[in-house]
Design a protein around this ligand. Structure first.
Ligand code: ADP
Length: 476
């Protein structure tokens, strides 16, 4: 099958979150399954690889203006990655914004991206059987395929994956409609992309893709409810027959404590002794007392409301009253920068904080911590808990979305259900009890090491759904 993946961030080229991990792993899996794959993304300033020029002087119409771009490529990852090179829109340090604010021209940037993707693959005559789009940044593609004037793609199906429903790309109709170029008829609530008076790019994916997926079974159910649906639960429910949960995996070549070059000592499930040294080094790095008799919690996260940080704030005094340590690596919302700076000052011997984005330090936390904390308000899939398991680090999670689907209390981690701090604190008590019982703890850690959430099965599931999308498209 000819598969085109259109996506806004991809490991190892540019990453802000889990989407990039997923988009980096999937094309390799599709190639392994024997498919003809192209991935296409913007060339940001962050993309440092040496890229080959494929085409120059391409252009698309954006609100009556011709916007020119070049098409670049890289094949070092085992598949062909194509890059839309348009410095006016993408040669910037941030992907979607800078210093906590979105770029003011995101409506134009990602309307352009959608159109440029279609123009680019047509220019190189790659006619996909299916386009796999991800999140709001590539969500206009299904709309253009169905309603735009693209005869070349007459038989191309579209599968749209929701990685996080909360990020929608909602813009004023006055700005967005001319960019999309389909007129006002498309800006209606039923069967269109109107959303509380705005144009909602994500909704274009939800309404016009042939098949929808999201990244866990539980999240697929949750987003059809008012609590998690952000006002899109109606659209999602109306498409429930086409909506599937496909769990993310992780790349075990990348996340492997036996070979990880960024951790102090390599170790494995069979030879786990190095983990204690990683813990001691992490404690030193964070200026915490080097003790092996207290559990060390780690957190690596975007500092966003989604991640349950307000819950952690409420639990903090009770949490730090225990005999434990905590290290955080994260960046994001300034109010949480303040919160964690304050906690680090108040609990000097127990709480270490680094407000940064640092991939190597993240690995040292996965390796050195005993526990990985994810008290998320919602979590479409979550990769942190899967990476933690690979490093023999036990997740403590709230049962929502993919966390509910991957972590089981007493089997490979600790789970609480209600979004309230007494529940979180009682899970911490269960952690302390298990930690003080060497045998129980070792059994849990052994099962964490043994857990496998690899991409193989999920990639096969996507291919089945591509076939389904294609059959639907051909039926019309
Ligand atoms: P989300 O996509 O919502 O941010 P996920 O758990 O799905 O959450 O994926 C987060 C990914 O980003 C993980 O690979 C995690 O290690 C990484 N990450 C998050 N914050 C940081 C940070 N400050 N430094 C390094 N890596 C980070």
């Amino acid at each position: 099958m000819k598969i085109l993946i259109a996506v806004s961030e991809v490991v190892p080229y540019a990453k802000t979150g889990g989407l990039a991990d997923v988009a980096g792993a999937l094309p390799k899996e599709f190639v392994r399954l024997g498919h003809d794959v192209r991935l296409i993304m913007p060339r940001y300033a962050k993309v440092k690889q040496n890229l080959e020029t494929v085409r120059t002087g391409l252009d698309v119409d954006l609100a009556g203006v011709r916007v020119a771009f070049d098409l670049l490529s890289d094949s070092d990852q085992g598949y062909q990655a194509l890059f839309i090179d348009c410095p006016k829109f993408f040669d910037r340090n941030g992907l979607y914004g800078e210093e906590g604010s979105d770029f003011p021209d995101n409506a134009a940037r990602f309307a352009f991206f959608a159109k440029a993707v279609l123009a680019a693959v047509e220019a190189v005559d790659f006619r996909p059987d299916v386009v796999h789009c991800h999140d709001w940044q590539s969500a206009l593609i299904p709309l253009l395929l169905k309603r735009g004037d693209y005869p070349y793609f007459g038989e191309t199906a579209c599968l749209f994956t929701i990685h996080n429903l909360a990020y929608m790309g909602a813009f004023s109709p006055e700005e967005a409609l001319p960019l999309i170029g389909l007129g006002e008829g498309i800006c209606v609530p039923e069967g269109g992309i109107e959303y509380y008076g705005k144009v909602n790019y994500l909704k274009a994916g939800l309404v016009f893709a042939d098949v929808l997926t999201t990244v866990s079974e539980t999240y697929a159910r949750e987003i059809q409810t008012r609590e998690f649906g952000y006002g899109l639960e109606g659209v999602l429910s109306s498409r429930s027959a086409d909506l599937y949960g496909v769990l993310n995996g992780i790349d075990y070549e990348l996340w492997n404590p036996a070979t990880d070059p960024d951790i102090s000592v390599n170790y494995s499930g069979e030879e786990p002794s190095g983990k204690a040294l990683c813990k001691a080094d992490l404690q030193r790095e964070y200026g915490l007392p080097q003790r092996d008799d207290v559990p060390l919690f780690g957190m690596v996260t975007r500092l966003a409301d989604q991640k349950g940080l307000d819950l952690f704030e409420k639990a903090a005094d009770g949490f730090f009253a225990n005999n434990l340590q905590f290290t955080l690596l994260g960046t994001g919302d300034p109010k949480y920068h303040e919160l964690f700076t304050d906690l680090a000052a108040r609990y000097r011997k127990k709480c270490g904080v680094m407000l940064a984005y640092d991939a190597a330090l993240a690995q040292r936390i996965y390796a050195g911590a005993d526990l990985f904390l994810m008290p998320s308000r919602y979590e479409p899939c979550g990769l942190g808990q899967l990476i933690a398991l690979a490093y023999g680090t036990l997740p403590l999670v709230r049962a929502t979305g993919g966390l509910a689907d991957t972590i089981r209390e007493g089997e490979n981690g600790f789970v609480f259900t209600n979004y309230d701090f007494p529940d979180l604190l009682s899970a911490v008590e269960r952690v302390l009890a298990a930690f003080s019982d060497g045998e129980t703890w070792q059994a849990l850690v052994g099962r964490a090491f043994a857990a496998r959430y690899s991409w193989g099965r999920s990639a096969e599931r996507y291919v089945e759904l591509f076939t389904q999308a294609r059959a639907k498209r051909l039926r019309g």
